[in-house]
Design a protein around this ligand. Structure first.
Ligand SMILES: [Zn+2]
Ligand SMILES: [Zn+2]
Length: 258
């Protein structure tokens, strides 16, 4: 069984909106947006692995803060997994002793508070019972999605991306797939903005989710603040009969297969 908590699944902040951060069980996070702040200090201290899709701020905003917050409760580094190009951006622009202390060397380089770990090449990342494999994304900067499998249940996360045929091709014939967590930042009227910012809009999502087997849930995330209702109305009209879910931050799902 996979327990997925959407600690943050909004495309921005304001009110109850929190940005991208998904918990797999108790020890793994996918992305480190402001959703992290909904965890208690004790829950945060149990996070051993953070797996990043890309370096945009809404996906890493709380990475510097969790590193600093749990120092008194942990004796081992939090491992931050990503493509080498994404880790380099973090080194240069976040943990640079200007924006934030370099917690990859504090208190010392042997046992720092966080450790930046490149994803293994050519094989899945195997952590805490999960097999995590990068999937293609198309977002204009180094960015990936993830295929996450535990026993015989799999989930696919699009990350931030505009329509990316290679992502959907990779999911074909995946008998273990229970859900696709796909971004839909913009409504139909904001198609041009979706193209410009390399995000998905309603029609791109309808086109892709309609082609999925009926057994696969479509979980739509990253709706931009203020567009939530418009996006929901348009998606529901276009995807009648699909297992379509439109979560708010804090929602939780469990997935299992017999
Ligand atoms: Zn992004
Ligand atoms: Zn984003």
């Amino acid at each position: 069984m996979i327990r997925l908590r959407l600690l943050g699944c909004n495309g921005g902040v304001g009110g109850d909106c929190r940005t991208t951060c998904y918990a797999l069980d108790e020890t793994i996070l996918i992305d480190a947006g402001t959703g992290i702040s909904s965890l208690s200090l004790e829950q945060m201290a149990r996070i051993d692995h953070i797996v990043l899709t890309h370096s945009h701020f809404d996906h890493i905003a709380c990475l510097p803060l969790i590193a600093d917050s749990v120092t008194a409760l942990r004796t081992t580094p939090i491992k931050v997994w990503a493509l080498p190009a994404i880790l380099k951006i973090l080194e240069q622009h976040i943990f640079n002793d200007l924006v934030w202390p370099d917690f990859t060397k504090i208190p010392d380089e042997i046992n720092p508070f966080i450790k930046l770990c490149p994803l293994p090449e050519g094989r899945p990342l195997e952590i805490d019972g999960y097999s995590i494999t990068p999937l293609p994304a198309n977002h204009g900067i180094p960015a990936i999605g993830y295929h996450v499998q535990k026993n015989n249940v799999a989930l696919a996360f699009s990350g931030d991306t505009t329509d990316c045929p290679a992502f959907w091709d990779a999911l074909k014939e995946d008998k273990a797939l229970a859900a696709v967590i796909v971004e839909c930042s913009y409504s139909r009227s904001m198609h041009e903005m979706a193209i410009l910012s390399m995000h998905m809009d309603v029609d791109m999502v309808i086109n892709r989710l309609a082609a999925l087997p009926a057994t696969v849930a479509g979980i739509v995330v990253h709706r931009k603040p203020g567009l939530e209702d418009e996006i929901e109305t348009e998606l529901r009209a276009g995807l009648a009969g699909c297992d379509l879910r439109l979560p708010v931050s804090g929602d939780e799902y469990s997935f299992s297969r017999d």
